[in-house]
Design a protein around this ligand. Sequence first.
Ligand code: G5P
Ligand code: MG
Length: 219
Amino acid sequence: MTLKAKLLKALILGAPASGKGTISSRIVKKYKIEHVSSGDKLRDHIQNQTDLGKEVKKYLNDGKLVPDDLMIKFMTTELKKVDNKPWLLDGFPRTVGQADALWKIQPVDVVLNLVVPFDVIIDRVKNRWVHLPSGRVYNIGFNTPKVAGKDDVTNENLVQRPDDRPEAVMQRLQIYDDITRPVINYYKEKGILKEFEGRTSDEIWPKVVAFLDPLFDKK
Ligand code: G5P
Ligand code: MG
């Protein structure tokens, strides 16, 4: 593994349900790096009814962004836990304020941006089921669980996300357009953004591998 890959700090960006979780899980499996998903971690807090969980629940359910100050404090703590490992950050940063804060804590090496048409996204969230404790995601017809409504690994129940209701999805896509798109330009200007276009994760995945493989070449 190259020296750089040993401590690679990478981000994955993309609209809600563009496949960040799906592509991330393939990346962490293939390249053995840590996956830090802000959404998964927040849902975990909500599930466990922690103080933070109670504070953020309304934002998530309504498809709105958690305020920057809270989010930056939370993710700073989370990133300290994986400081000495290569990681892939998913879902953070989502505002230019968050991107600035992250750059001060830890400049990132590469940013992968998934470009998936909105019509595909709206269609796919209807069929999404998640296993909350692990963050594993399923989609009926794409990666259907072996037993309907059950996680493949633990056999525990799968649930649908409250923010996958059509009105919350529209809200999330609107916020993405207005507030998160500038984050793409932020990294473009730094010269570290790489875009991957496609209508399915299987179409995008080989392009991601072709980009990452050279970074992880055994030397
Ligand atoms: P999250 O959790 O970061 P989103 O909205 O950015 O939520 P999401 O919904 O988790 O993103 P994803 O990870 O991009 O989507 O996509 P995914 O889960 O892999 O795929 C979506 C579905 O499509 C799955 O069912 C999958 O199986 C399926 N799928 C994938 N590929 C294909 C395919 O090729 N074909 C088909 N048919 N299906 C496919 O954030 C949630 C909330 O947390 C808060 C906010 O409230 C946010 O709304 N939050 C923050 N707030 C402020 N700042 C931050 N930094 C925040 N981070 C989180
Ligand atoms: Mg996700």
